[in-house]
Design a protein around this ligand. Structure first.
Ligand code: AMP
Ligand code: GLY
Length: 421
């Protein structure tokens, strides 16, 4: 039996680990969390410490290390594994810049003629404020660097654009990540997540998904890390996934290779379908969270082998197909998420929810005794439902979700129920 090490601590990593275990891999998660530890071995590790990850991979004899989150990738964990001769699925720090620097990503998009919102970069507040005024405040303000989901302000009027500019460039609220910002044209439309497994030169597409980023029903409230997702997208997409990949994935892979940073891992393009056609909003250097929780239900083929091939010899001979089923994921978040999540509340109902047919739970913010865990993060867990129809998948996801209880549990009731405009 081959051993895989999955690096990360969230529901995305739980989904990857569960899928690989189902394909016959012996899987360890590091650091994982108390929820993942209910069914899979977890080992403590600082996920951003390359030497520590290499040591653990060697100790357990990992044939493959899958790095889930961006922070370890940007910190060079995949480079450390490669240098040590351990197959790593995830890009080098240099290629991960496509997510770590939004300005770098925009430069590459322009160079490769990838359709995206028009933009300008600023490091001086007066110039940024003047530009925002010229656009009457209808502008998206983005920190250049990684800001844990807090770096983007979509503004419809001048006051909020000014506030975002001042927060980043004057008060330095976002630290180094916000030393440089970009101001972008605001694009109306519907968002889609397009992901591809890449081996430096070629790629295999994963099923399309749609996530729900706002905290409250009807796409109201603050942006979050994601309150749920659905795959395939509930409304018909007027483009083939291959067509979108020709536009967003292939040219970016080529551009990164030209820069001497070929990309290996999952390249994620956040797309906006506008009335003028698809536009790329951003790139991520990893699988999406919470989309991955659903993709693993819909990919047919050996995903672990595909990751291993991408990390080693290449994707030649690897096929990934799409299963004709629906998958819906509903996040249960802590009270006060995303601003100030309440932590430490006991969680119950997990055994009952885990026993349901057509549904399962994936764990994120849980700590303590795996049999009696307590909340330990903003997003606590995902309930995933699969079915032959969207209605069936939704019903199963919400049934599992509603068996879980903890004080102040916060969730959206409209996941899979339409657009995310
Ligand atoms: P990003 O991290 O760049 O994907 O931005 C986070 C979220 O902000 C996206 O998922 C969109 O919902 C929104 N957003 C980003 N850029 C734009 C844009 N140019 N126009 C409209 N909304 C945007
Ligand atoms: N679901 C959006 C992301 O993973 O960044």
């Amino acid at each position: 039996m081959k051993t895989a090490l999955v690096i990360g601590a969230g529901a995305r990593e739980h989904a990857i680990a569960r899928r690989l275990a189902g394909e016959g891999w012996a899987v360890t998660c590091a650091p994982g969390n108390a929820g993942i530890a209910r069914s899979l071995p977890c080992r403590p590790v600082d996920a951003t410490d390359g030497a520590a990850v290499v040591k653990l991979a060697r100790e357990i004899g990992a044939a493959l290390v899958v790095v889930g989150p961006e922070a370890p990738l940007v910190a060079g964990v995949a480079d450390a594994l490669c240098a040590a001769g351990v197959p790593a699925f995830g890009p080098s720090a240099a290629a991960a810049r496509v997510e770590a620097s939004k300005i770098f990503a925009k430069e590459l998009m322009d160079e490769a003629r990838i359709p995206t919102a028009s933009w300008r970069a600023f490091d001086r507040p007066e110039e940024a404020l003047a530009h925002a005024r010229a656009l009457h405040g209808r502008v998206v303000v983005k920190a250049d660097g990684l800001a844990a989901g807090k770096g983007v302000t979509v503004s419809q009027e001048l006051a909020s654009a000014e506030e975002a500019i001042v927060a980043a460039l004057v008060r330095h609220d976002l630290g180094e990540a916000g030393r440089r910002i970009l101001l972008e044209e605001l694009l109306p439309g519907r968002e889609l997540s397009l992901m591809a497994v890449c081996d430096r030169t070629t790629y295999r597409l994963l099923p399309l998904a749609q996530d729900y980023k706002r905290a409250h029903d009807g796409d109201r409230g603050p942006n979050t890390g994601g309150m749920g997702a659905v795959s395939p997208p509930p409304e018909t997409v007027p483009y083939a996934a291959e067509q979108l990949a020709e536009l967003a994935i292939a040219p970016m892979l080529a551009a990164l290779a030209r820069r001497g940073s070929p990309f290996r891992g999952v390249l994620y393009a956040g797309l906006m379908l506008t009335s003028d056609g698809p536009r790329v909003l951003e790139y991520n250097c990893r699988l999406g969270d919470p989309e991955t929780q659903l993709l693993v239900e819909r990919v047919e083929g050996e995903l672990g082998e595909a990751f291993l091939a991408a990390a080693t010899a290449g994707l030649l001979g690897i096929t990934l197909r799409e299963r004709e089923l629906w998958a819906v994921g509903v996040v249960s978040a802590a009270e006060g998420y995303p601003q100030r999540p309440r932590l430490g509340d006991p969680v119950s109902g997990l055994d009952e929810a885990e026993a349901l047919p057509g549904a399962h739970l994936l764990y994120a913010g849980l700590a303590g005794d795996p049999r009696r865990p307590v909340t330990a993060g903003g997003r606590v867990l995902n309930a995933v439902g699969v079915g032959a129809s969207l209605a069936e998948a939704r019903e199963r996801a919400y049934r599992a979700s509603d068996l879980v209880s903890f004080r102040g549990r916060q969730l959206r009731r409209d996941i899979g129920g339409g657009g995310n405009r």
